[in-house]
Design a protein around this ligand. Sequence first.
Ligand code: PNS
Length: 164
Amino acid sequence: MRKALVPGSFDLVHNGHLEVIARASSLFDEVLVAAVLNPGKDSAMFSLEERREMLAESTEHHGNVSIDFFDGLLVDFARDHECNAIVKGLRAVSDFETEMQMAQMNERLSGIVTLFIPTSARNSFLASRLLREVARYGGDISSMVPESVNQRLRDRLREQGDVT
Ligand code: PNS
């Protein structure tokens, strides 16, 4: 059985993530989507449980996608869960340098290969940080995220007293 690991921060889940997961789902028998416990960039907008729920709600129709969390080295998690490959989305050339470096490090550490799936042009500019910022200033991101994610985001911004 071929099992892919799709890792990420997923703070928040957007259509670019979902496109990569959908493509992995059609190429592999099983897909494990793993959200990093501590995204470590700025403080996370969504808790672990919220990120898990957003991913589960948006991927349940595939039937072969499960959701988990990980901490520590990605390749240790991949080995523990018997994943054959790591799958990452590539949006633009600007992603390539960092992603290539991580792929080569992960391959050296574990022998596990990384497969890059290009996002479609329609989704190539999507990034969680940018979407959070646009929404915070009142921009409409409803065509770029699932409806359930948009609703959660609006609720969170309302709780925080930001523009919705
Ligand atoms: O959504 P992101 O922020 O692009 O996800 C990056 C992530 C979580 C996949 C990456 O930071 C990662 O793999 N972190 C785990 C720690 C690790 O294994 N670091 C070495 C990478 S070569």
